[in-house]
Design a protein. Structure first.
Length: 218
């Protein structure tokens, strides 16, 4: 809970990717893995994969769709998985359920194909997060703008992208603070609507800076 007047502490983070014991050797194995894997794994293969695939001109922006295409040669399934827009989800449970449903339905309709060995296994992964304070805080919107402008990409990613796992996808650290500490709820809502699907980290930061500048001028 963000208290009124609470300062915003800029933090950075690094991530150690960890491979779990769960893996899928064929498409038919994927539904069971989806049921058993952690929420952090679902987040890793969807939200966090955005950064890994953002600059690709071909393929898809989540790991499940990418594996269905590249390792299973199931382009039709990959398109269905990619059509699940993560912006529409407010819980990882709902996202997990829909991914599992799409894969299970496909396996029922294509039983022989789903039992063929993939070109390479799908390894369920998640990130171990290591955080460190950057050493500066913001108590006003002006100070927040200055910190936001100078924060590293890793810091912005931590507060704007991976914070959604901690907050169950419903918001981000910036919006939480803007609404709770400064009472700027309209600005917080506009910040939450910045599209993480189509913007690079720098593009999202630029949009947030523009929103803050507009607020400061009003």
């Amino acid at each position: 809970m963000i208290e009124p007047g609470q300062t915003f502490k800029f933090t950075t983070a690094s991530y150690l990717n960890q491979i779990s014991v769960l893996k899928a050797l064929r498409l038919a194995d994927l539904p069971e893995g989806l049921e058993k894997c952690s929420d952090a794994s679902i987040f890793f293969h969807t939200f966090q994969s955005l950064g890994r695939y953002h600059f690709l001109t071909e393929g898809f922006s989540n790991d499940f769709a990418q594996w269905a295409l590249a390792a299973c040669n199931c382009g039709d399934l990959a398109e269905q998985l990619a059509a699940l827009d993560i912006r529409d989800y407010l819980s990882l449970a709902d996202l997990r359920r829909d991914i599992g449903r799409v894969v299970a339905d496909y396996c029922r309709l294509h039983q022989e194909r789903s039992k063929q060995d993939a070109f390479e296994p799908f390894y369920f992964c998640e990130s171990i997060e290591v955080t460190a304070p950057l050493g500066w805080e913001a108590g006003t919107l002006e100070e927040f703008r200055d910190g936001l402008e100078h924060a590293s990409h890793a810091s912005f990613h931590y507060h704007f992208i991976t914070s959604r796992l901690r907050l169950h996808l419903r918001s981000n650290d910036f919006s939480q603070w803007l609404a709770g500490a400064l009472g700027r709820e309209a600005l917080a809502r506009r910040a939450s609507r910045i599209d993480i699907y189509t913007n690079t980290l720098e593009g999202a930061r630029a949009k947030l800076l523009a929103l803050v500048d507009q607020e400061l001028r009003s």
